[in-house]
Design a protein around this ligand. Structure first.
Ligand SMILES: [Mg+2]
Length: 245
């Protein structure tokens, strides 16, 4: 992992930030078709696992388990692995099975140009599985703009999966770049993930444009900047001298 771009400006040494970009509902609109499909897939898979081998579990049971694991672990998958012996890779593959993924992706134009113009290194940090993340990035033409991609399988500390909102993984990521947490900016739609990042001293950008209305709460203290879409980052962060929020 590299260090952030730095340049001397008079007597002060300025560092371009290290950007951590979420994927779903940050770089593209997953609420449109992808999340509903993942919901259906996940529900069917969990119902089968919790069932008696013949009859799948009922919807109320599945929903209760999903909500509990999501709340406790940040991703439902971890709860299914820890408490039901589910294979993580199989769970992720089943949840992200789509007939026509490219046809389901909705995103604004100009994202590649935006990422190119933003000063600093960019890293993808997503709780989605690697194969899916790569397909979406490739479709959007954004792959080469990220110096590293951390999908959920790669978010580990001492071998243990630590997806967002894990603060331990954020600490590890920041430390491995030899950078101050305050020089990192997490761009996200999830308030829980932004809160964890802020507690670690990172700067935060909340992307609200793709959120379902019931997630669109008021901004919170953990949010430094709120944008409707990532394209609005261009105006705020174009030059190193305007990096402050
Ligand atoms: Mg997201």
């Amino acid at each position: 992992m590299g260090s952030p771009d730095c340049r001397n400006s008079g007597s002060r040494r300025r560092c371009a930030p290290l950007w951590l970009f979420d994927l779903d509902n940050t770089l593209h609109n997953a609420t449109h078709a992808i999340f509903p499909a993942i919901n259906r897939n996940m529900h069917a898979y969990i119902a089968q696992v919790l069932g008696d081998g013949v009859t799948p579990a009922d919807a109320a049971t599945v929903n209760r388990i999903r909500q509990e694991y999501y709340r406790r672990y940040g991703v439902t998958m971890l709860g299914m692995v820890r408490h039901h012996g589910v294979n993580a890779a199989e769970f992720l593959q089943e949840a992200h099975r789509f007939d026509d993924l490219p046809g389901m992706i909705r995103a604004e134009r100009g994202l590649a140009r935006l990422l190119r113009r933003l000063p600093g290194e960019k890293i993808l940090l997503t709780n989605a599985p690697r194969q899916y993340a790569q397909q979406v990035l490739r479709h959007l033409g954004l792959q080469r703009h990220f110096s590293a991609q951390f999908a959920v399988e790669a978010m580990r500390v001492h071998g243990q999966l630590q997806p967002k909102p894990s603060r331990r993984f954020l600490r590890k990521l920041v430390a491995s770049h030899g950078i101050r947490a305050a020089d990192c900016i997490l761009v996200e739609d999830s308030m829980e993930n932004l809160r964890a990042a802020k507690r670690e001293g990172l700067r935060t950008v909340w992307v609200t444009g793709y959120l379902a209305s019931y997630h669109r709460k008021k901004s919170a203290a953990c949010v430094d900047v709120t944008v409707k879409s990532v394209s609005q980052l261009a105006r705020r962060y174009r030059r190193p001298s305007s990096n402050q929020n």
